[in-house]
Design a protein around this ligand. Sequence first.
Ligand SMILES: Nc1ncnc2c1ncn2[C@@H]1O[C@H](COP(=O)(O)OP(=O)(O)O)[C@@H](O)[C@H]1O
Ligand SMILES: [Mg+2]
Length: 260
Amino acid sequence: MLTVDDLSKTYADGTRALSSIDLSVQQGEIVALIGGSGCGKTTLLRLIAGLDQASQGAVQVDGETIRAPHPSVGVVFQEPRLLPWLDVAGNVGFGLADLPRSERRARVTHALERVGLAEHGGRWPRELSGGQQQRVAIARAFVARPRVLLLDEPFSALDAFTRKGLHEQLLDLWAESKPTILIVTHDVGEAVTLADRVVVMRPRPGRLDETVPIGLARPREPVAATYEDAVRRVLAALDHSLRPASANRPAAPETRASWW
Ligand SMILES: Nc1ncnc2c1ncn2[C@@H]1O[C@H](COP(=O)(O)OP(=O)(O)O)[C@@H](O)[C@H]1O
Ligand SMILES: [Mg+2]
């Protein structure tokens, strides 16, 4: 239902951020994008969100070409990007101005419950911790009921404990309406916890490298042998993505870029 067809992006300064990306994601599928810094992950999400124009190729959601920000496509960034002059409930309901007031209120209340902030609707963003603010951003994305939800390193500024709670809340919300999710992460454990498959990217120019299917039942326990095996497979794919395209033996350590 989300299709990316031969997508390329070259910035005005000549940087080839993406080269000929093909990706097809099923309704309700969760795909993690992982790869070294600068391999075009944010560029790819921005193009899918309609926040920037491709140099070549197209993005379609349910057959509709995305050329500008679209109500079917929601985005959560690394920073919560809340509006400081609105309270928490106001931020979550901000995009629902067209809905009747009772419906808006019901959706906001439900989403805030789901992210554990039922008591916090009247607070100001500045009164919340970083993890709470990101919960508000996730609630705001879900209340609009997007068909596709894009998350660009949404948890990377948070501590591991907070992150684990947010993984569970994200999966709970996902289970209700099953949007297609594309999540960029630097964290292999996060990718294996959340995704149906992990797509590894390669830089200069940014392109897709290997795809690692995860195929584990949820909820996933990091102590399970099958989970550890999935982590090892993603790490191997990442390692491969850091080698020159032509090399079939590992590059010397000093020539290998670090991906974290
Ligand atoms: N607005 C821009 N103008 C020029 N180059 C850019 C711009 N945005 C990103 N780039 C470059 O494009 C490449 C991919 O960037 P980005 O998509 O941010 O990668 P990632 O999110 O994987 O770290 C990098 O080389 C980056 O420096
Ligand atoms: Mg990025």
